[in-house]
Design a protein around this ligand. Sequence first.
Ligand code: AHR
Length: 592
Amino acid sequence: MRIRKCILTVLFLPLVAGCHKVSHVSEEVVVNLRQKGTDISSSMYGVFFEEINHAGDGGLYAELVQNRSFEEDEIPEGYRIEGTKLIPLAKPYHLTGEIRERSFEWYGGKIRGWNLKTGDLSEASMRLTKERPMYPTAPNNLELFIQKTTGAVQLVNEGYWGMGIRQNERYHLRTIVRVDPGYKGTLTAKLLSEKGDILARALLPCIPDGEWHDMTLVLTSVATDCKSSLAIEFDAPGKVWLDYVSLFPENTFKKRQNGLRKDVAEMVAGLQPAFFRWPGGCVVEGITLNNRFEWKKTLGDPAARPGEYSTWGYHCSYGFGYYEMLQFCEDIGAKAMYVCNVGLSCQFRMGEASEKSDISYYIDDCLDAIEYALGDTLTEWGARRAADGHPAPFPLQYIEIGNENWGDEYDRRFDMFYQAIKQKYPQLTLIYNEMPERNGPMGITKTDMVDPHYYVAPEFFFRNTDLFDHYERGKHTVYVGEYSCNRGVGGGNMWAALSEAAFIGGMERNGDLVKMASYAPLLENRNNRKWPTNLIWFDSEQVVGRGSYYVQKMAVENRPTYNVANDKVLRATDTASYVPGHIGFGSWATAV
Ligand code: AHR
């Protein structure tokens, strides 16, 4: 039964010189609501999170202090610095045996995030040391040597391009301090506006016994300034060591401790994601394996977390760790997707492969991550989850086995992971990376889903709305884990967003096959764009969704439950004439 007709008129202009006619062609789209097509999965729209563009530190994660643990100048083992470049450990690329020449951004020179302000007549210096660490897992601490004071010496942290401090908000400061018995002064914490006005002030307990003391206090700001900073003041000669200086707004998303920045988290939650992919992205793999993202090191007291140099050119704190991610999933009603490392480092970087005898280590590491989320509290990692504050299981549903890996070695490892995980957790959905670089059929026995990625120009999406119409059915379903129009569109524009909308239409039409999709990357701190085009932009003051964000939002808010049959009929309706002419160009002297 024809219920609704949609008439679109298209004008075809014949390009043959001298032609006098144009045809008006009506395109009738006939929708048959009674002929039900494929369902569109309720898990269709989710998000992809990675520590890139300061998405976590200085972004979603609410910590205001940059380099709070003084670990940011730590380089991965075996790497070296050459000027402003970080040179990785020489490891052969496992597909070819070559040692690739790669270098990464290094920001060394001074202690990242921290400045010492002495005024004209005071004298003080600071240095990093690993002497008597409070936590051996995060061994660096800052030694301050105050030689002479006339006024106060200030140790200042400006956060991530300024701290977003708001009037009447409460901020929780935590410091781990060791004061030498020779220091006879006080310790004061201050929030300062960009101009230097005092927004909040409090004395820290000063116990000059040469031992570490872990202390907290609350600072309430008298005004708003999104370019604020935190200062710790010293007013006497002597030595003081700091292991950790952390400042959190009390008002985090859902008031979680070690929580998320409310406005950024709300923006993500606004997408009502059915799933949340974490931790990446290339950070999963690392430049070399010793630089991969390690979930176990993200658990527990944030002061004891070492962090890691992100493949995207800065050190991340591991503050938004596995527990925090799982908690966020629960808070926003999303299923968690954990991406594990299969013992291969990023194949666009060094492409190291672990020894074959170590593959079982990586499989166990992944099984432990699953047990942490799902295991009962009598299991080793389920007990750890309970000890971390969450006895009930978390909503983990998807495991992506490797990120952007390909080749025979990946396929072999995939089979091993698939078998080991399925055997223990048959309810989980396991995902294989479908990379064009694979060059040939997949060499695996079985997968539940494949994950192809598309970073393309608008024309690609417009031309390929039927891409999945031609995809093989029956073997597995598809998760488009990373896609965005990011070629030739700058930071993103309306044309790019429209092309994504067109592509989404194609995914929905193929809902029997494409069950999930996530735009990537999700977040960008406007002061640190590491990837050309990202969905949500923010700085210390505000957060903004680009056009593409609203495409995602519209898709999720209007997700159809099923497709209906439709047909397109083209019909020539009338003709018209136009005035013919010529196009030409000419030249005279030096002008054309
Ligand atoms: O989304 C940015 C990067 O693109 C991801 O880290 C990686 O998986 C892909 O190459």
